[in-house]
Ligand binder design. Structure first.
Ligand code: ADP
Ligand code: MG
Length: 338
């Protein structure tokens, strides 16, 4: 057995990056979450080559102090939590302090930022474990992160990437998902110089229509229910709108997109007697509950959650949807009886 030796920092970051950034869409999600946490009202994304060759996210959020730019790229450095107590009540999308460090370990990254109180912007670059000095730069208030050549130094990971079109589609889906939960924020996406979408600040209903489709929104049933500290709202498809595919299924917990078995099971149960098994209902549902009732620190990508009282969550979703679907159910019974 060779002697035990600590790994160099750069390698630690590359290993950790494997968990956080599997593909360009994960990097994009991290950057968008940072912009939203910084209170941005406007976020513009520019992708090139499916997000592999180029990814640039530009926001008008709070910005980062020039002196803190090196820390922003360091692992386990964050402005969002300070203690275990904060972690248990975390309200921000990020909190692990490893998004930028992970991306920087597997790309060529440039971070440019300026706060409202700064006379000018500052910039830092990272490439293959080397972090540059902070230099002066030109940039409006806010932050731009540019990533070039994702996985250029991790060829094994790069080999697992799918075609440019597929990686692009995952990026677009990630941006669309986040934009659903933040309708008050303007989102724009460009790919290879083409405008893909531009959502202005709008109402929840308008954003749902823009992302999930006008036809879905026009025919959807509204859900709006409260149970104790929990609130559920959103739109669900009438059974007649269901398709064979399971796209257009969006679940959010405290404005975070999640994949959750408890929640999707409750939805399925509610549709059970109005929808044939081979069809999947479309839905956009937002669950809001006190942060201490849900653990978001389950997985580095934070798309999994654990509820303190998953039965209560199941009940709220089942009953709310059941109620919304009641009318369709009544109509269905009548048509069968006739
Ligand atoms: P986390 O989001 O978990 O804190 P990150 O590595 O993603 O970790 O970011 C590190 C820190 O850099 C954040 O805590 C935040 O203070 C700062 N930061 C990153 N992106 C932005 C941004 N777009 N605007 C303002 N601050 C940012
Ligand atoms: Mg982050």
């Amino acid at each position: 057995m060779p002697a035990i030796a600590p790994l160099p920092d750069h390698l630690i970051n590359q290993i950790a990056a494997g968990e956080v950034v599997e593909r360009p869409a994960n990097a994009l999600k991290e950057l968008l979450e940072n912009s939203l946490d910084a209170g941005a009202g406007e976020i513009a994304v520019e992708l090139g080559g499916g997000g592999i060759r180029l990814m640039r996210v530009c926001d008008n959020g709070a910005g980062i102090a020039a002196a803190e730019l090196p820390l922003a790229l360091s692992r386990h450095a964050t402005s969002k939590i300070r203690s275990l107590d904060d972690l248990e009540r975390v309200g921000s999308l990020g909190f692990r302090g490893e998004g930028l460090a992970s991306i920087a370990a597997v790309s060529r990254l440039t971070l440019t930022s300026r706060r409202a109180s700064d006379a000018h912007a500052a910039q830092i670059r990272a490439e293959d474990g080397c972090i540059s000095k902070v230099t002066a730069a030109a940039h409006p208030v806010g932050t731009t992160v540019e990533i070039a050549e994702l996985f250029f130094n991790t060829p094994a990971r790069r080999k697992f990437l799918k075609s440019e079109a597929t990686e692009y589609a995952h990026c677009a889906a990630a941006a669309e998902r986040l934009s659903l939960a933040y309708p008050e924020v303007a989102f724009a996406l460009r790919h290879n110089g083409k405008n893909i979408f531009r959502h202005p600040p709008q109402s929840h209903a308008q954003r749902i229509a823009a992302v999930a489709g006008e036809d879905f929104a026009a025919a959807a049933l509204a859900v709006d229910e409260t149970a104790g500290d929990m609130h559920l709202h959103g739109m669900i498809a009438k059974p007649t709108f269901a398709k064979g595919k399971s796209d257009n299924q969006f679940l959010f917990v405290n404005r975070r997109f999640v994949r959750d078995k408890v929640m999707s099971h409750a939805v399925k149960q509610a549709y059970r007697d109005v929808l044939h098994q081979q069809f999947s209902p479309a839905y956009v549902l937002f669950l809001t509950l006190p942060p201490e009732m849900v653990d978001v620190n389950v997985h580095p990508t934070k798309t999994e959650v654990r509820f303190r009282d998953s039965q209560a969550v199941h009940q709220l979703i089942f009953h709310s949807l059941n109620k919304a679907l009641a009318q369709t159910r009544a109509a269905l019974t009548e048509s069968v009886a006739a």
